[in-house]
Structure formats: structure tokens, C-alpha cells
Design a protein around this ligand. Structure first.
Ligand code: HEM
Length: 199
């Protein structure tokens, strides 16, 4: 099955391992494509996660500090971090706690790599909650590259191009489903088109 670049999701054709499945947004006539993480990539992700899990609190902080530095407008989405300097962010217990929440979620996905229905349900729910947090769809694509940059030192010698591509593909997959769910919800947090409501 071929991949297509669509309005709201990215689907990477550049990698030989990229594969996609899609679904139709009837109202906007947009065909969404979800990048697929293959078995080899799942194996590499599971192996490297074991090596980096002890350092996950730092990885979360570094991921978000780099994200705020490269894309300052994203920092403003987080009320507790708005206007904080780099120095203040590096000592912020709230940023550490937030990073841990995000990494805890990544851990859930890694633990369910072979249960696509469960991961998709979790990611859809997360996408919906992010509309309410004020995260724009385009911001969701930014996390994967920053995560990769942040974890590299923890995995050191075991880091390869294949490992890097596996993690990037996982984040493309996560971002695609989150964005699909975000597109289903109005900005003001009312009822989502598929019938889910905010809680
Ligand atoms: C793959 C990408 C992401 C993942 C896995 C992720 C995960 C999470 C998780 C697990 C939470 C805790 C609350 C909940 O479960 O709803 C959260 C909260 C939040 N996220 Fe994300 N997030 C991602 C991307 C983003 C982006 C790109 C932004 C901003 C532009 C963002 C902004 C927020 C905000 C403002 C909160 C609420 C504050 C908080 O819980 O600390 N997230 N995110």
C-alpha cells in the first residue's frame, strides 16, 4: 500500500520500512495515513527503552527544554513555564514532573507495541486532551526529533541509524493518531465528532 502526504498527518515515504494504513474523514474528505512501525523497529525500540528507562526523568526535561529553545512559542502553551528562563526551567520540578508524565505515556505505548487497538485508543484520548491544553496539531510532530536528541547519550554505543529511525517512526505513528483525534474535536473543547466528550 502506498503512502500519501495528507493535510493533517505525515507519512514518511523516505524510509523503506514505512508502511501505512488510513481512514477517511468524511466531513472534510481528508484521507489520514498512519505510519506503521514494523516488527524489527518494535524490537529495537523495546531493547533501547530498557537501556534508557533509568534516565527517563532527565530525558523528559531535556526533550522539553530543547523543544522550548528551538520553538519558543510552544513554551507559552504551558502556563507554568511561560516566561521562565532556561536556567529556571532546568530547576523546575514542574517541568520534571511534566516530562515524567510524557515519558510514562511513551512507556505505556512501548509496552503495548503489539496491541494496536489499545495503543490507538490511548493515543486518540491523548490527542483529544491536547486540544484542550492548547497544543496545535503541528506542534505534535516536534517531539520525536527532540526525544531522539535527548535519549542518544543514554544509549550511547548501542545507538545506530536504524535505532534512530525506529524511534522517529514510533513518534510519527503516535503523532499521526493524536492529530487525527485532534482534528475531530472543536478548539473550544465541546463534543468531538466521533461522539466523545471532554471530562
Ligand atoms: C508525542 C507527543 C506528546 C505526548 C506523548 C504527550 C503526553 C502528555 C501526557 C501523558 C500528559 C499528561 C496529561 C494527559 O494524559 O492528558 C500531557 C500533558 C500536557 N501536554 Fe503533552 N504530550 C505530547 C505533546 C505535546 C505537545 C507538542 C504539547 C504542546 C505544544 C503538549 C502540551 C501539553 C500540556 C500543556 C499538557 C498539560 C500540562 C501537564 O500535564 O503538565 N504536549 N502530555
Amino acid at each position: 500500500m502506498g503512502c500519501q502526504q495528507t493535510k493533517n498527518t505525515t507519512c514518511d515515504n523516505s524510509s523503506s520500512v514505512a508502511n501505512c494504513h488510513g481512514e477517511k474523514d468524511i466531513e472534510n474528505d481528508i484521507e489520514y495515513r498512519i505510519p506503521e512501525v514494523n516488527d524489527r523497529q518494535k524490537e529495537l525500540i523495546t531493547e533501547t527503552w530498557k537501556q534508557l528507562v533509568d534516565n527517563i526523568s532527565n530525558v523528559g526535561v531535556i526533550t522539553f527544554m530543547n523543544l522550548f529553545e528551538t520553538h519558543p512559542s510552544v513554551q507559552d502553551v504551558f502556563m507554568p513555564f511561560k516566561g521562565l528562563s532556561k536556567e529556571e526551567l532546568s530547576h523546575s520540578t514542574e517541568l520534571r514532573a511534566h516530562g515524567l508524565r510524557v515519558m510514562g505515556f511513551v512507556q505505556k505505548i512501548v509496552a503495548r507495541l503489539h496491541e494496536p487497538e489499545k495503543t490507538e485508543a490511548l493515543l486518540r484520548e491523548l490527542g483529544r486532551s491536547h486540544v484542550m491544553y492548547g497544543a496545535k496539531e503541528e506542534y505534535v510532530d516536534l517531539i520525536g526529533p527532540q526525544f531522539v536528541f535527548a535519549v542518544k547519550p543514554s544509549v550511547a554505543d548501542h545507538w545506530t541509524d536504524e535505532v534512530e529511525e525506529s524511534w522517529l517512526q514510533l513518534f510519527r505513528y503516535m503523532a499521526a493518531i493524536m492529530k487525527m483525534a485532534m482534528a475531530e474535536c472543536p478548539d473550544n473543547g465541546g463534543q468531538c465528532r466521533d461522539g466523545h466528550t471532554w471530562h
